[in-house]
Design a protein around this ligand. Structure first.
Ligand code: GDP
Ligand code: ZN
Length: 311
């Protein structure tokens, strides 16, 4: 039987859609792969973005025989010892973290957790804050200050006025990017704006909670114009970083990097240790205080988690 190489564009239960040129083939996974010990740490051995070798049956359905080596994975690690790693997508060029200024309001703590994951996996990140039409000047300036020293791409958009979309599109061009954000921020509206032919359904923000209606959907790869490939993920709210040891966290706040070798202690968690260069730079204003607070917030949650492991 002839084998072909394609890319997984959708995962649903035990079935996988594999894109091969402009065809979409419904596939199952060869049993041997599911049984593979190395893959048992994952909740599903195949993820959207995987390059796979498959063969096609007479009825047009396919069987995935091999999963090719991954460039990177973006996963959500769950709490608890026996929880398996849930891969959201793999083989990414960038991750676009989408937030909105209002309805739902901005959550920089959540953004910082996602940025830590991107830094750890060495995937370039962009923070896209939508609903710019609702933003006040002060908050725009605050966000610029907050990330001024962190090397991240920042873009502010509005699908109502079109502001910032061109910049976003330029960044997305020629890349495979994961769109991640809680529901209601305007992810679907942005996708429609970039590619009107998509005509995806936009949800109404529910007035009582401002959270947007919860729509259950799967992770899905969408090929768009200008060689833009988006992997759209359903609203992610929980996001663990339990695989990161507390003393390593500072390495993933990239504006700390220039100072790390000047801390007296090694390793230093930049918290209680004396003669800490990171704390000095917070005091001098080189590191933004609220970003440092966000660091401490993650640090304490990791410390608590690791202490419980050794009880
Ligand atoms: P998703 O859940 O992230 O996919 O969000 P949707 O695209 O479904 O949009 C949620 C709500 O936000 C809808 O009521 C949209 O009309 C609204 N919305 C989307 N973009 C903007 C924007 O730029 N400005 C404002 N004010 N509202 C927006
Ligand atoms: Zn330090």
């Amino acid at each position: 039987m002839q084998e072909k190489t394609g890319i997984v564009s959708k995962v649903y239960g035990l079935y996988y859609t594999v894109k091969y040129n402009d065809e979409y083939i419904n596939c199952v996974l060869r049993g041997k792969i599911r049984q593979n010990e190395e893959r048992k740490i994952y909740s599903d051995p195949v993820a959207v973005g995987d390059n796979v070798v498959f063969s096609v049956n007479d009825d047009g359905t396919g069987v995935i025989n091999t999963i090719l080596k991954r460039k990177n994975i973006f996963s959500r690690k769950e709490k608890g010892k026996n929880k398996r790693e849930d891969i959201i997508a793999c083989n990414l060029d960038s991750v676009i973290i989408i937030q909105s200024f209002l309805s739902p309001s901005l959550n920089l703590r959540f953004v910082d957790r996602l940025l830590v994951r991107c830094e750890k996996e060495k995937i370039s990140a962009m923070l896209c804050i939508n609903k710019l039409d609702l933003a006040e000047k002060e908050i725009i300036q605050y966000i610029k200050n907050y990330y001024s020293r962190a090397k991240i791409n920042l873009c502010m958009t509005s699908t109502f006025t079109g502001a910032g979309i061109k910049e976003l599109k330029n960044f997305l061009s020629e890349k495979t990017s994961l769109f991640i954000g809680n529901s209601g921020v305007g992810k679907t509206s942005i996708l429609n704006y970039i590619n009107p032919e998509l005509n995806l359904r936009v949800s109404e923000v529910s007035k009582s909670t401002n959270k947007g209606r919860h729509t259950t959907a799967n992770v899905e790869m969408i090929n768009m114009n200008d060689n833009i490939t988006i992997i759209d993920s359903p609203g992610v709210r929980e996001f663990g970083l339990m695989d990161i040891e507390p003393h390593m966290l500072g390495f993933y706040f990239n504006e700390f990097n220039a100072y790390l070798d000047r801390c007296q202690f090694n390793p230093c968690t930049h918290d209680h240790e004396p003669d800490c260069e990171v704390k000095r730079q917070v005091n001098s204003g080189k590191i933004f205080t609220d970003r440092y607070q966000s660091y401490l917030n993650i640090l304490y949650s990791l410390k608590e988690y690791y202490e419980r492991q050794y009880e």
